[in-house]
Write a protein that binds this ligand. Structure first.
Ligand code: ADP
Length: 210
């Protein structure tokens, strides 16, 4: 994890997570365009998640698709509780997540990277947001599925948390799990998030000391 990697963004980061390679950038708080989207009680977040055509094995058709729009939306929802949006009415914070290379778990890597970019942009936050997925593959509950495990996997449970309070800001589930398995997967994903949190703090210390 590296913080402050893009000169012209207000904040930026680069995260390598297994075979995932992700850039995140933040612009703002700035003027809302179009104006009618502005809110007088808080800043709005606009989060774009994009996978480059060369990020996956078969070339991905460029431009937005249903999946990337959904991930942009859930990422925004995962980050907003941690940001003091109420301090910036009538403004907008733009977050761009670029997946340069994808394996699996890119939404978690994206949320993790976007958090670092927000801090780098000087946006006041209640806590960092750390994300990690657990899942089920070969009848076993495992942490952070890779591509093969994800493709042949039976379930995928990405979560994001604010680690100081353990508040969950993202919880999704693909596939089928029993109640006990959900418990186990959540516990495992939570422990993954805590590890990611430590790495985020370390990366921020490298840039900002302390
Ligand atoms: P996440 O990356 O958060 O796990 P998904 O479970 O939707 O999200 O995707 C798993 C993986 O499938 C991605 O990381 C990527 O490697 C691959 N993938 C997703 N969309 C495409 C696509 N349009 N073409 C090729 N591979 C894709």
């Amino acid at each position: 994890m590296e913080v402050g990697v893009l000169k012209r963004a207000d904040g930026s980061s680069y995260v390598e997570w297994g075979n995932n390679k992700v850039f995140a950038s933040v612009y703002g708080p700035k003027e809302v365009i179009p104006r009618f989207l502005a809110r007088n009680d808080k800043a709005i977040l606009r989060c774009k998640y994009n996978m480059t055509p060369f990020s996956v094995e078969d070339r991905k058709r460029p431009g937005p698709d249903r999946r990337s729009i959904e991930i942009g939306k859930v990422t925004s929802g995962a980050l907003e509780p941690a940001i003091l949006v109420e301090d910036y009415p009538n403004s907008m914070i733009e977050i761009a997540i670029e997946i340069m290379q994808a394996d699996a778990g890119t939404r978690c890597a994206g949320i993790t990277a976007a958090t670092l970019a927000l801090v780098d942009a000087g946006i006041p936050m209640r806590d960092l947001v750390a994300a990690c997925a657990a899942g089920k593959s070969n009848d076993e509950i495992v942490l952070d599925l890779c591509k093969e495990e994800d493709n042949s996997g039976q379930a995928d449970v990405p979560i994001a948390i604010m680690p100081r309070s353990d508040d969950v800001t993202l919880l999704q589930m693909d596939g089928i799990l029993t109640e006990d398995e959900v418990e186990e997967a959540l516990k495992l994903a939570m422990s993954g998030c805590k590890k990611i949190y430590e790495m985020q703090k370390k990366a921020l210390k490298v840039k900002y000391g302390g």
